[in-house]
Design a protein around this ligand. Structure first.
Ligand SMILES: Cc1cc2nc3c(=O)[nH]c(=O)nc-3n(C[C@H](O)[C@H](O)[C@H](O)COP(=O)(O)O)c2cc1C
Length: 215
């Protein structure tokens, strides 16, 4: 395997928020999901599912429900006298949370409940952890699957942006709209399409700042 090519994919991936008006083929989408399913997961529980929306009107509807929720939050903040954060929420965070609006594809990334023989036979009988901990366990694996999608997309010349904005603001509306059962967590969404921008590299923390080697 050529490591330098792999590193190029990792370093060259950027979050893309402007997309060409060009469809992504179902074959490409299936290929990305194929990469996702080879991600590691706790006891191979594979706690992920994906809803892929290729319908522009439905993506628009999700954008609208996100904006509605943002405006509602801003209104509530103003009523509490928090004018400045309310203004920033709409002006700065609004476009960030709805940056998927021009994407031809929106992938809703779900984390499914962590179910495993270990949990059934060992963890649950000894009451190892609460339901929230197990939910988090499923989300961890789901995030790794999403990263595979982002890297595979970049390797294929596609642009993507992982996003929690619409989930933070309109999780319940999104759940109802897409008929997602309550036991599945909406982890994040991924905007996907052919890139119409080449963003410059954002700064990263230095290795010395984040690496702690214990010998
Ligand atoms: C958990 C998570 C949530 C994110 N949510 C959003 C979002 O709501 N809107 C957005 O435009 N980008 C979102 N991003 C993308 C980040 O802004 C981006 O990854 C970060 O600024 C680094 O830039 P890069 O991905 O181009 O390296 C999110 C990324 C992650 C990992």
């Amino acid at each position: 395997m050529d490591y330098s090519k792999f590193k190029q994919i990792v370093v060259g991936r950027r979050s893309i928020r402007k997309f060409e008006n060009k469809d992504v083929s179902t074959e490409d989408i299936i290929e990305l999901i194929d990469c996702a399913r080879f991600a590691p997961s706790d006891t191979n529980s594979q706690t992920w599912e994906f809803i892929v929306i290729k319908n522009k009107e439905k993506i628009k509807k999700i954008e609208e429900m996100t904006w509605d929720a943002i405006h509602e939050k801003a209104k509530q903040a103003v009523e509490r006298g928090q004018e400045k954060p309310a203004k920033l929420l709409v002006k700065s965070f609004g476009p960030y949370a709805t940056a998927f609006s021009g994407a031809p594809v929106l992938i809703i990334c779900l984390a499914t409940p962590y179910v495993s023989k270990f949990r059934e036979k060992v963890f649950d009988p000894i009451e190892l952890a609460t339901e929230e901990v197990w939910q988090e366990e499923g989300i961890k694996s789901s995030c790794l699957a999403v990263q595979n999608i982002l890297l595979a997309a970049h390797a294929k010349g596609l642009g993507s942006c992982p996003m929690t904005g619409p989930v933070l603001f309109a999780e319940s509306q999104l759940r109802e709209y897409l008929q997602i059962p309550k036991e599945k967590t909406i982890n994040m969404v991924v905007a996907l399409g052919f890139p119409k921008e080449t963003p410059k590299q954002l700064s990263r923390k230095e290795i010395t700042e984040i690496l702690h080697i214990i010998e």
